[in-house]
Design a protein around this ligand. Structure first.
Ligand code: KG4
Ligand code: ZN
Length: 334
C-alpha cells in the first residue's frame, strides 16, 4: 500500500517535522534547532526546550507541509516521537500530533525515537543484506544492535555509563569549546595531533559493551597536568580514542553475528573521523557500510515518519491515550 505520513520529532532540542511518502521518499524535512537558545547555558535546559517546542511546532509543521506541497487531505497518518527524551518536549510533539490526527481524522502513530534512528540508517537501502549491525551513537544512547529487519532488533552491547555524544559534549564544555560539543570537538580536532595524548580505550580487547566515563576523566587529568596543551591536540586525541573503541566494537559485533552489512546511526554518526574509520573497518571485513547523510544522523522527523509508516502497516495505529515515555527502550526480540 502507498501512503504519506507527517512526522513530528521533539524529543530533545530540535523541533522537526517531515513529510515522507511510502516510508522512504522524503518530500520535506524541516529541522528548527534550538542551539542558540541553549548555548548560553552550555547544554539543553529542559524547561526552555519544552517552551520553545510549543512556539515552534505548528510553524514547523506548516513549513513541512508547504515544502512538500501537500495539505491535510493528502496525508494518511500523523506520527510523533513518544520517547525516549525530555518529558516536556515529548508532550508538546505528541499532543500536537494527536490533535492534528484527531482534527484531520487520521491515524496517530507513536514512534520510538531509537527505532527512528535505526530506520534512518536504512532509509536509502530498502532491501539491505540482513542482519545489519547498527552502531547507534547519540547524545543519550550508545548501543550496538543487530537489526534482522524492520522491527526485529537484538541488543549486542551498550554503554555502561556515558553515551558517546555525552562524552563529546562534556569534554567540549570542559575545554570551553561550546555547545553542542560533538561538532566543536570535530572542528578543533581537524588541526590537532591525534597522538598527542594516549587516552584510554576502555574494554577494547573484549566484549561488546562500552564505557566513556574513563576517557572523559582522563582528559580532565591530562589537561590539568599539561596546561600548555592545545585544545586541538586534546580534541584530536580524545576523538581518536572514542572512534577507536566504537569502530573496534562495531567490527567485533559484525563478525560475531555474521552481519551482512554495518550501519551508523545517531548524532555522533555525523562525525567525519568516525565515518571514515567505520567505512574502513567494514571494507576490511568485506562488508558494505551504510552511512546515512549527516542530516539523517542527527535528530530529524523524516526518520520518525519512515518508522511510523512501517509501524502503521505492520502493527497498526496507536491509541490516542498512548502516554509519552521519557525512559522508553528499544523493543527487542526475546
Ligand atoms: O541523535 P542526536 O541528534 O540526539 C539525541 O538523540 O541524543 O545526537 C546528539 C549528539 C550530541 O551529543 C552531539 O554532540 C553529537 O550527537 N554530535 C556529534 C557530531 N554532531 C552531533 N558528535 C561528534 N561529532 C559530530 N560531528
Ligand atoms: Zn536522537
Amino acid at each position: 500500500m502507498s501512503g504519506t505520513v507527517l512526522g513530528l520529532e521533539t524529543s530533545c532540542d530540535e523541533t522537526a517535522a517531515a513529510v515522507v511518502r511510502d516510508g522512504t521518499d522524503i518530500c520535506s524535512s524541516v529541522v528548527s534547532s534550538q542551539v542558540d537558545l541553549h548555548a548560553a547555558y552550555g547544554g539543553v535546559v529542559p524547561e526552555l526546550a519544552g517552551r520553545a517546542h510549543l512556539d515552534l511546532v505548528l510553524p514547523v509543521v506548516a513549513e513541512a507541509l508547504a515544502r512538500a506541497e501537500v495539505g491535510a487531505g493528502d496525508l494518511d497518518a500523523v506520527a510523533a516521537t513518544v520517547g525516549p527524551g525530555l518529558i516536556g518536549s515529548l508532550l508538546v510533539g505528541t499532543s500536537a500530533a494527536k490533535a492534528l490526527a484527531l482534527g484531520w481524522d487520521l491515524p496517530y502513530v507513536a514512534v520510538n525515537h531509537l527505532e527512528g534512528h535505526l530506520f534512518a540508517a536504512v532509509l536509502d537501502h530498502p532491501d539491505p543484506p540482513w542482519p545489519l549491525v547498527v552502531l547507534l551513537v547519540s547524545g543519550g544512547h550508545t548501543m550496538l544492535v543487530s537489526m534482522e529487519g524492520p522491527g526485529r532488533y537484538r541488543l549486542l552491547g551498550s554503554t555502561l555509563d556515558d553515551a558517546a555524544g555525552e562524552a563529546f559534549d562534556k569534554v567540549a564544555r570542559f575545554l570551553g569549546l561550546g555547545y553542542p560539543g560533538g561538532p566543536a570537538i570535530e572542528k578543533a580536532a581537524e588541526s590537532g595531533d591525534r597522538e598527542a595524548f594516549a587516552f584510554p580505550r576502555a574494554m577494547l580487547e573484549e566484549g561488546l559493551d562500552l564505557s566513556f566515563s574513563g576517557v572523559k576523566t582522563a582528559v580532565v587529568h591530562a589537561v590539568r597536568k599539561r596546561p600548555e596543551a592545545t585544545d586541538e591536540d586534546v580534541a584530536a586525541s580524545f576523538q581518536a580514542a572514542v572512534v577507536d573503541v566504537l569502530v573496534t566494537k562495531a567490527a567485533r559485533a559484525a563478525s560475531r553475528v555474521g552481519a551482512g552489512g554495518m550501519c551508523l546511526a545517531g548524532g555522533v554518526a555525523a562525525n567525519g573521523a568516525l565515518r571514515r574509520a567505520f567505512e574502513a573497518a567494514a571494507s576490511e571485513l568485506g562488508l558494505p557500510a551504510f552511512l546515512p547523510s549527516r542530516a539523517m544522523c542527527t535528530d530529524n522527523a523524516a526518520m520518525i515518519a519512515a518508522a511510523g509508516w512501517w509501524q502503521l502497516e505492520h502493527i497498526g495505529p496507536s491509541p490516542l491515550d498512548t502516554a509519552a515515555d521519557p525512559g522508553l527502550r528499544l523493543p527487542l526480540l526475546d
